[in-house]
Design a protein around this ligand. Structure first.
Ligand SMILES: *[C@@H]1O[C@H](CO)[C@@H](O)[C@H](O)[C@H]1NC(C)=O
Ligand SMILES: *[C@@H]1O[C@H](CO)[C@@H](O)[C@H](O)[C@H]1NC(C)=O
Ligand SMILES: *[C@@H]1O[C@H](CO)[C@@H](O)[C@H](O)[C@H]1NC(C)=O
Ligand SMILES: *[C@@H]1O[C@H](CO)[C@@H](O)[C@H](O)[C@H]1NC(C)=O
Ligand SMILES: *[C@@H]1O[C@H](CO)[C@@H](O)[C@H](O)[C@H]1NC(C)=O
Ligand SMILES: *[C@@H]1O[C@H](CO)[C@@H](O)[C@H](O)[C@H]1NC(C)=O
Ligand SMILES: *[C@@H]1O[C@H](CO)[C@@H](O)[C@H](O)[C@H]1NC(C)=O
Length: 493
């Protein structure tokens, strides 16, 4: 015979069990003051591995609390705890709990107040997520009032390797394939960075961020296969303010948050236009010392549609010749390496050739105006070093960008195929790693070599950023060509 109080509790539990709303599997449920959960108790489906995620969609000083149980006998879970009763910790607006729900379970929400929130129930990984730092948005480049930004890569494109006897490499004038179907919906949210930035103070959730007004005007948006990491969404944003630090987030399907990153627009006098959307040079997405593009193109940038033939023709000719030479080697038969093939060699050569052909412009960061070397490197230099130990005015471990001031004299410009821009600019040297990648991927018979200590050309690469000056991979001063704070050290291609 059960005590009477326990019987009452059990009855209350049964009554609630009948009123409970079922949260469907693999879906996201939205609640707001006009659509509150009533009662705020949900039954959960049976699953071997269920992930419950919470996202707050409004700011509040007293956030609701979320309790879950995977026990069929625990009743309504709450702060009193009990066997198999857990509280879902909510941080920066996100909460997540994963566990075994062999008998289903119950989710209860307390102290809802006027808060809007979402509940994601899934057996295929979390629905709401703050993506990790390896999945940040990627800055292409900025002008004084434009920014080219990429989402994190979302779908890898696995190309079948060509095989002997039909060893066919992509043509020099290759085109982009069509984006995978079912691609996610991406939203870019931009705001000027400030100590009271409206974005960083909010819950860092998809529903909250995507409800915010984004700065600037969207000029174009498309999917782009930039490199082997996979497809990305690409945005060109215009009408930004010169020399301004911006904060950017990318939200995927209103639920997964990537960011924040920072970037800085160039000063008002910066004259180099953006070049991007070149199928044969998919990595090029930065400013290049060219005359202003013809205004007929709609937006103020160069793409494959309005880039002069004088640039494209020699580039494709070089690439065609290289590919012809490459395929005279035993591609696909006698492997010169177990891990790389002629296809890798061609891809890395293409990236190098594009990076060299399209000289990149740059500018010292306004926050760090002296962080580049103002005196041209001597003709026998092997490249600009990330750390300038010989500069007497610089503290020894300050990192410098690989920027080289250029006069209007075209003969001194690195790339001979670019028409003169007609004004001075600063060139951001390619990272040496763009070259060493070709060296590593290509058969030694091709004869491609990168500058070493005895290199005799003028300063031509940024050295010591990703890899150390001695060539140890990942041991450089910054570990990358650019960072999430808006610093760009060298042209990573
Ligand atoms: C509830 O979750 C706990 C912890 O994950 C697990 O040990 C237990 O087996 C689960 N109970 C049921 C009935 O699934
Ligand atoms: C359960 O799902 C989570 C999220 O997808 C995953 O990280 C974890 O490895 C899974 N656990 C099991 C036992 O499958
Ligand atoms: C060789 O491969 C290319 C690309 O993979 C294909 O288009 C072509 O039809 C193939 N040729 C033969 C003879 O199999
Ligand atoms: C490259 O291909 C595109 C379309 O595939 C074509 O319009 C363009 O003329 C080609 N460029 C050259 C230099 O052959
Ligand atoms: C993307 O958004 C559009 C319109 O808002 C919608 O119709 C579509 O279903 C969404 N796609 C995905 C994968 O969420
Ligand atoms: C490509 O090869 C052909 C034939 O060998 C040669 O005439 C031409 O100059 C080469 N073009 C380039 C850009 O190297
Ligand atoms: C942009 O602002 C952020 C936040 O104040 C700062 O950490 C970052 O260094 C700034 N970026 C540049 C390039 O000045």
């Amino acid at each position: 015979m059960l005590p009477e109080t326990l019987l009452c509790l059990l009855n209350a539990g049964i009554a609630l069990a009948q009123a409970k709303q079922q949260l469907p599997l693999n879906s996201n449920s939205q609640f707001s003051p006009s659509n509150p959960p009533n009662p705020p108790v949900f039954s959960l489906p049976t699953a071997a591995n269920l992930t419950i995620t919470v996202a707050l969609c409004s700011s509040t000083n007293s956030p609701p609390k979320f309790f879950v149980t995977n026990s069929s006998s625990a009743g309504v879970p709450g702060p009193g705890g009990g066997d198999d009763v857990f509280e879902i910790a909510v941080e920066e607006g996100h909460g997540s709990w994963t566990g075994i729900f062999d008998d289903g379970g119950v989710l209860a929400v307390q102290d809802i107040g006027q808060t809007s929130f979402e509940l994601g129930i899934s057996d295929q990984g979390p629905i709401h997520e703050l993506l990790s730092n390896s999945d940040l948005p990627l800055l292409g480049d900025t002008t004084s009032n434009q920014a080219l930004i990429f989402s994190p890569a979302f779908a890898e494109e696995v190309e079948p390797r060509p095989t002997y006897p039909n060893y066919t490499l992509p043509s020099a004038n290759s085109s982009q394939r069509s984006a995978p179907s079912g691609s996610p919906n991406f939203t870019l949210i931009l705001s000027p960075t400030s100590s009271s930035s409206p974005l960083t103070a909010l819950p860092q959730t998809g529903c909250m961020l995507s409800s915010q007004r984004s700065t600037g005007t969207l000029s174009s948006q498309n999917f782009w296969l930039r490199d082997t990491k996979g497809w990305r969404n690409q945005w060109l944003i215009e009408a930004l303010t010169p020399a301004t630090n911006y904060t950017a987030y990318v939200v995927q399907d209103r639920t997964k948050v990537s960011g924040p990153i920072h970037f800085v627009t160039k000063s008002a006098s910066f004259a180099c236009p953006l070049v991007f959307n070149l199928p044969y040079c998919p990595n090029v997405a930065y400013t290049v010392p060219l005359p202003q593009p013809p205004t007929t193109a709609g937006s103020n940038a160069y793409t494959a549609l309005n880039l002069p033939d004088e640039i494209t023709k020699p580039l494709l000719a070089y690439l065609t010749n290289f590919t012809t030479t490459l395929t005279t080697f035993a591609c696909g038969r006698d492997w010169y390496s177990p891990i790389v093939g002629c296809d890798d060699c061609q891809r890395e050569y293409r990236k190098w050739l594009c990076t060299i052909t399209f000289t990149r412009c740059g500018e010292p960061s306004p926050a760090n105006p002296r962080s580049f070397t103002s005196s041209p490197a001597p003709p026998d230099a092997t490249g600009l070093s990330a750390l300038h130990p010989k500069d007497p005015s610089a503290p020894p471990q300050r990192v410098f960008s690989a920027l080289l001031p250029q006069s209007t004299d075209i003969a001194k410009a690195r790339s001979r195929t670019l028409p003169a821009m007609g004004s001075a600019y600063a060139m951001l040297l390619p990272c040496l790693e763009v070259c060493t990648a070709v060296d590593r991927a290509c058969p030694s018979l091709v004869g491609f070599t990168c500058p070493t200590v005895q290199f005799n050309a003028a300063a031509s690469y940024g050295v010591g950023y990703s890899d150390s000056a001695e060539g140890e991979q990942g041991e450089g001063a910054t570990g990358a060509a650019q960072d999430r704070w808006g610093n760009i050290w060298c042209n990573g291609g």
